[in-house]
Structure formats: C-alpha cells, structure tokens
Ligand binder design. Structure first.
Ligand code: ZN
Length: 380
C-alpha cells in the first residue's frame, strides 16, 4: 500500500488537500485524513506543496517508430518505456502511420504487450494511414472484436498527399466496421484520423456524418493545430459535437510554417466555447517531424517526443492562462472518456492507481506512479 499525504488533488477537478490511498494497482480511498489506515507495510509519501493528478493519457504514440518519408535513414526509433514514465505518461495508445510496409501490426501488438509488462498501460489501433486497411485477422472489425489491445482503428489519413484518398463511402465503411467491432467487444471502436494539410480539411468526416447514422463522436481527428485554416475548421467541427486533438510534438520551423502550438490551440478552443470533454492533446511521440523547403526537399527531420505532452500542459497553464483543471483534463479525463478507457484519466476510488505528483508552482514532475508502482522519482 501507498499513502500519499496532504496533496492538492486534481481529479482533474480540484478536490482540495487530500490523502490518497493506493492498494496494489487501485486507488482505494480519497479522504481528508487517512493516517489511521497505515500499517508498517504502508509506504507513506509526503506530498505537501505538491499537486496530485491522474497519470497522463497519450492517445497517439508511434511506439514502434514511424516516418521514413525522407528515405530509409529517416525511419524513427521505437519508444522506450522510460520516455513515457519521465513525462508522466502512464497510458499510451500506439499506432502505425505512413509505413505499414516495413512496420507491422504484429510488431505493434507485441510492443504494446511489452510496454504493458514494463508497467505502462498500453493499447493500440489496428489499420494504418492506408485503405484498404491492414489487419491481423481478416478485417478491422474482427481485430477490434477479437484482439483485446486493439481499441480502434488508425491513424486513418485524410486531407493528406500520403493518404489513400478514400471516398466518403469507404470512410463510412471503415467507421462502421470499427463501431460494430467495438460494440461487440464492449469497446468504443474509435476511428483515429490523421488530418493533413490539404484544403479538404475535415469535410470527409462531416460528409460521413451527414450521409449515415454514424455519430461524429466515432471519429477522433488529430493534428488539428497544424495550420490556421484547419484549426478554424476544427472549431466548427467541434461545435457540431466532434472531438479535436492537438499535437504537442513540434519544432520552431514547423511553428514558423503556420502550426499553432498545442497549448495555444487549447486556449483558443476554450475561448471559442468548446467543451473540454471534446478537447485533447497527444504527443505523436516517435513520429518523424520532417520540414520540407519550397521545392519539397527535406531540410530537417526531428523525432516527436512523448515528454512534449507534459510540457504543453504546463505551457497551457503558465503561458496561456488555461485553468489547471482544464489543461489537465485535456491529457487525462478527456482522452480516457473519448476512448472509453473508464479506469483511466481520473483520480477516483476504484480507478487504476496511475498518479503523478507535480511541483505546485512549476508543475514539474516529481513522482510518477503507474499501476501502483513508483516508476519515476525526482529527488528534491
Ligand atoms: Zn499523423
């Protein structure tokens, strides 16, 4: 058992100063004073002056690496479990990306199981950017229904020169397969959507919603902050009930070319009146971040970092004046609810013991507990 004492608890809603008791891998009590619950086997952690938050949920990480758009040498490496733990991330959702030729779903699934064995909570998406969809069984529907770790399909690419230029009918078919596979397995069957720079923006999704009974909440489009026009279209899409995800990994060059930092995009979306339950940030960790010149030549290639998720939450609070409870929700409760991971993303009795302790002033990470185990402890 672990007893965390005198922490300012954000569930992500502020609960005030509380003690939080963890037994095995669950949160079992949240009270003003739980000191009577300890025995000689209880580890007591004094969290005075610290903020206690849910472990962060990163809804898009290329855990087996991604990229390769600049040639073989630009294929990015796998994520190491410590990259997540150092950044306060206790749940990841892994995905393939552009390359479903040299990277496979079998490898993605094995990496997901591996991360889980290392103490992280890990899930993944079947499929990739491309249509027809790759799968391990014979379809997206069967993968989601029969393989526990597959909670949806993605990143399915739209509005991108690297996409398969799917028709509206094809997108509707994929969404319906994911939805039905999810229903049969008690999962959300979310369709993670990679949105590129093309002017079509989110129109393929709104047309599916107009022409079918598939709800807009089935889709989870990401990279909405990649250019100003897409961000504006994203606000309209959210006002129709859609979810929006902002990508936190970036470079100065990418921002110069028109990307809005995720922290600022979150502040703008809230100022537009969009509900926090529809707004999330994800790192796109281990993706390639290529910058091309006006002739399409690769001039720079960086690798996305999972730790950018925490940094963007801090920037949202300290630079863009987003209330802490809302900034936290965008990387905890909101993604967990959108993905129907009901044990995740909230400090709540009965939930998994995924807990971060942050410095109350700087919001720096001090201690990370994943499934009840201390996985990061920063001294002083
Ligand atoms: Zn993407």
């Amino acid at each position: 058992m672990k007893l965390i004492r005198n922490a300012q608890v954000y569930s992500p809603t502020s609960l005030g100063i509380k003690d939080v008791l963890i037994a095995a891998n669950k949160i079992i009590a949240i009270e003003d004073d739980l000191s009577h619950m300890t025995n000689e086997l209880t580890e007591v952690i004094d969290a005075s002056g610290q903020i206690l938050t849910p472990g962060f949920v990163d809804s898009l990480v290329h855990i087996t690496g991604g990229g390769g758009e600049g040639g073989y040498a630009t294929r990015t490496p796998e994520m190491h479990v410590d990259e997540a733990f150092i950044g306060g991330v206790t749940t990841v959702i892994g995905a393939l990306g552009t390359d479903a030729e040299t990277r496979s779903l079998e490898n993605l699934l094995a990496k997901t199981y591996g991360l889980e064995e290392q103490g992280l909570s890990a899930y993944c998406y079947t499929g990739s950017y491309h249509f027809p969809m790759v799968s391990i069984t014979e379809s997206v529907k069967r993968d989601i229904m029969l393989i526990e770790k597959f909670i949806g399909v993605g990143e399915v690419a739209i509005a991108d020169h690297r996409s398969s230029q799917m028709s509206v009918a094809e997108m509707a078919r994929v969404a319906s397969e994911a939805r039905v596979g999810g229903m049969l397995a008690g999962k959300k069957g979310i369709v993670s959507i990679h949105v590129g720079d093309e002017p079509a923006k989110l129109s393929k999704l709104t047309r599916v919603v107009e022409q079918t009974d598939i709800p807009i909440s089935q889709f989870y489009p990401t990279h909405i902050n990649r250019n100003k026009a897409l961000l504006e279209a994203g606000f309209d899409y959210a006002k129709q009930g859609g979810n929006l995800d902002f990508t936190t990994s970036t470079t100065e060059q990418i921002i110069e070319q028109g990307e809005t930092p995720a922290a600022k995009a979150l502040a703008m979306a809230l100022a537009e009146g969009i509900d926090i339950s529809q707004l999330t940030m994800s790192s796109d960790g281990n993706a390639s971040l290529p910058t091309f010149d006006e002739h399409g030549q690769l001039i720079e290639l960086e690798v996305g970092r999972v730790s950018s998720l925490h940094q963007s939450m801090v920037d949202a609070v300290l630079v863009h004046q987003v209330p802490l409870a809302l900034a936290l929700a965008s990387i905890t409760k909101s993604p967990a609810n959108i993905l129907s991971l009901m044990q995740k993303g909230q400090i709540k009795v009965g939930n998994d013991a995924d807990v971060n302790l942050l410095d109350a002033t700087t919001l720096a990470i001090k201690h990370v507990i994943a499934k009840g185990q201390s996985v990061t402890v920063i001294e002083s």
